[in-house]
Design a protein around this ligand. Sequence first.
Ligand code: AHR
Length: 514
Amino acid sequence: MKKILITMCLSAAAVCAVSAQTEVRMTLHDESRGGQIIPREIYGQFAEHLGRCIYGGIWVGEESPIPNEKGYRVDVLEALRALKVPVLRWPGGCFADEYHWMDGIGPREERPKMVNTNWGGTVEDNSFGTHEFLNFCELLGCEPYVNGNIGSGSVEEMSKWVEYMTSDADSPMANLRRKNGRDKPWKVRYFGVGNETWGCGGNMTPDYYADLYRRYATFCKSFSGNWLYKICSGANNYDHAWTETMMRRVGNQMNGLTLHYYTVFDWNHKGSATEFTADDWYATIGKCAEIENVIKGHCDIMDRYDPARRIALIVDEWGTWWDEEPGTVRGHLYQQNTLRDAMVAAVSLNIFHKYTERVRMANIAQMVNVLQAMILTRDDEMVLTPTYWVFSMYTPHQGAEAVPLYFEPETVKDRYRHEVDLLSATASRAADGAITLSLANVDLDKECRVTIALDGDKRYDVKGQVLTADAMTARNTFENPDVVRPVELKGIESSKGEITVVLPAKSIVSLTLR
Ligand code: AHR
């Protein structure tokens, strides 16, 4: 049922429309069991040697006046721990295919410098290398996802990196690691064999890369009980031909195939992160939600070659990409983050939840100070972005069991003729039985009254959090860090077999049903 209510008020001067409300009826199958488990890795992150993501964002070094634990910023570390980051991809991105890992081990003062040609020509001093990354993952309690260099590195270099990180044998690379201060190998499950090999990773044709992948991957071994999950560099957007070739030519030599999808309308005119119109808002959500079509297309091809769904589709780069913040270093991809970015995060995560039979990992780009970041830093200051808060509100979905949810949202047509759903939602049940229902009201003007019908006549104790702001461009700055932050949602009505909530316009709500 689609209905719009207009509430009128009589002011002293005139009759004016003060609020408009849509109504949506939803069915939540709260008694159903055996739903798909939402892999924790859907909440993965990506940290590249790019701008101030690693240096200044994560790593400041032990000598820094910025409070740090073994060189890692304490504020950032704690904020990330609260998100329960499951997996972190590193060192790129485009950087991965010009990274030579041996430059990043051993005494820091002896490590050679290089120029980061992809990202602003910044000098990279290699002070953050393999040990610093893998130890960071241990501190964070997440799985490392290391992306190897196929574009400019040799098979031997890649093979030795895997040995260095994961072998416990009396072997040359394991002994070199020991000499560098790490006795026991790390566990490294996820290993990427190249990145964007159709572009910055080597401008290869799919057939050429497929052969190269097979060759390089052959020498990436599973040492000492560390079972290596090998990831093949996949398509950009709608490049179905790339997926087709990888599935046909690489097939069971890979465990996962990647997909990159950024929310960008026009690569030459990306637009401001903070100054935009209502028209831009809907176009952004339309473009973001288009990822569902993109995913479906790749899944269809993968299903033909791999009906048992052994190979995962890994969306290891996604998120918004706006013009760089004026006054910042060109090529460092520093952008602000508004309520619009939060909406993109919520809508994207809701979509990923629908395809977890195939989509088993996603890594938002990127973790700190780059693109759609969780966190922005300036010297010793830190700001948590609206996107951070969505990830925070969504933590209960990690590893939870999907709960079926049915509703028919109102839609609006954006300027690119996307039918944009004005309501997006997802639900899951955690191991303790609590159900989390996350709802995103995309509508800029109308609040949405949602009535949720349950399977039986159970009455839940319902608590809610809401993330919204007066302006769609609202953001957290170093001066005002708490403009967009979740607060308690008031006015939830819970009766036998039914729950009713009112979602403010442009808001993201998470309900916990116990
Ligand atoms: O995330 C920024 C860049 O976007 C990555 O380095 C690259 O893989 C992609 O093109």
